[in-house]
Design a protein around this ligand. Structure first.
Ligand code: TRP
Ligand code: SF4
Length: 391
């Protein structure tokens, strides 16, 4: 990542929405929050975001067969999810689409949360698209298209399959190779003014304009052949794209597309609890894969907990799992089994577990299981991808 991008770190803070280190967030004239999809966004106040972005609070009662993420409150908001719920219930066609920039050879845990979402919608019958955002990573990260393709084939596509997507039911494509996507991008670019773009993204830098309209092409592409509702599962950093796509959908009368529905997951904190992670931060985070298990354990051992000052106090009062990053990582990523997670939670609350043993027994143990399973699946997935006809 370039220094320039690092400098563009933006923070949405609970109290003031003014970032302590100057010049890091955009507040438009109406004091609207502008999240920069290419910067670092810290979100502490989800309810404010829901309001600012015209999202709806996630309503678990409306979704059929809610996923773990939904039951655990990791999904906090959405847009037009009723349409998707109805398509699922009535077995009507709908799609789910996500994209990944082939810039780094690692997957962020936030991206893992998005893949879990995609997996859920795929299991509910969505026609699933995963695109490689090679145009975007060339434009914003200077990764050459050819290099992006190589990385995607060697790492990103197999990794997505290893994390649970069904390769037989997933349509993978490259932005740079999809003519319909680039044509749609051009059409979409006629529907937004410079000021509107600036209000949504905070900047009209040509590379951002290029990437954002290409992403509009992605979002509508599945509807070119057949009009159907579609859901874009995302972390909050991508919310501006949904906002623009929804505005454009209304104006693209000649196409009569459904505006995209969206489903938002919360960020996972950094291990030290000092900030919420977005894609570009390097401190205190673990990613996928983690090949050095000893280093990984060391990092996990330092995770912030919700423990009390003394063992005695903790035995008496119990710990505070809602303040505990170790618990959050288990809940958001490592422990998929509800009864194991419930036990971790209860043994914390009752004071039965002290933090050291709890971290060993749950955080570290289940992280190792998670990564071992990933590694095993990744090797298999690489072979599957070799046979998929991309080469
Ligand atoms: N912008 C996304 C990222 O930063 C990648 C992406 C491209 C995408 N097109 C998309 C995501 C369409 C969701 C939907 O990783
Ligand atoms: Fe976190 Fe476990 Fe300590 Fe509770 S006992 S605060 S869950 S590390």
């Amino acid at each position: 990542m370039s220094n320039k991008m690092e400098k563009e770190k933006k923070i949405v803070s609970k109290k003031s929405f003014v970032e302590p280190k100057a010049k890091t967030m955009h507040v438009s004239t109406e004091q609207a929050v502008v999240v920069d999809p290419w910067g670092n966004t810290l979100v502490e106040d989800y309810s404010r975001l829901i309001k600012e972005f015209g999202m709806q609070e996630f309503n678990i009662k409306e979704m059929p067969n809610p996923s773990n993420q939904m039951k655990r409150g990791i999904i906090f908001g959405g847009q037009d999810l009723g349409l998707i719920a109805e398509a699922i219930k009535k077995k009507k066609k709908f799609y789910c689409l996500t994209g990944i920039m082939p810039s780094s050879q690692k997957i962020h845990l936030g991206t893992e949360a998005v893949i879990q979402q995609v997996k859920y919608f795929q299991e509910q019958g969505a026609i699933t698209f995963v695109l490689i955002a090679d145009v975007e990573s060339q434009a914003t990260r200077k990764v050459l298209i050819e290099e992006g393709k190589k990385r995607a084939l060697e790492f990103h596509i197999p990794a997505y399959i290893a994390l649970g997507l069904d390769p037989k039911k997933t349509i993978f494509y490259f932005q740079s190779e999809n003519k319909d996507v680039s044509n749609l991008a051009v059409v979409c670019s006629q529907k937004i003014t410079e000021n509107e773009f600036k209000a949504i993204y905070g900047s009209v830098h040509p590379s951002k304009v290029m990437s954002a309209f290409t992403q509009m092409g992605d979002i509508f592409y599945p509807q070119l052949k057949e009009k159907m509702p579609g859901v874009i599962p995302i972390g909050i950093d991508q919310a501006p794209h949904i906002r623009m796509a929804r505005d454009i959908a209304k104006r693209l009368k000649e196409y009569d597309f459904f505006a995209p529905s969206a489903c938002y997951n919360k960020y996972t904190s950094s291990l030290d609890g000092s900030f919420k992670m977005s894609k570009n931060e390097n401190i205190g985070k673990i990613e996928i894969p983690e090949n050095n298990r000893i280093e990984m354990e060391k990092k996990l051992k330092k995770a912030l907990t919700g423990g009390r000052a003394t063992a005695e106090e903790q035995r008496k009062k119990g710990g505070q799992p809602e303040k505990c990053v170790a618990y959050e990582y288990c809940k958001n990523h490592f422990i998929k089994n509800d009864s194991v997670l419930t036990k971790m939670y209860q043994d914390c609350l009752s004071g039965k577990n002290l933090c050291g043993e709890c971290k060993q027994k749950y955080l570290i143990e289940y992280a190792i299981k998670f990564y071992d399973e990933f590694d095993k699946n990744f090797e298999k997935s690489k072979k599957i991808v070799k046979k998929m006809g991309f080469y």
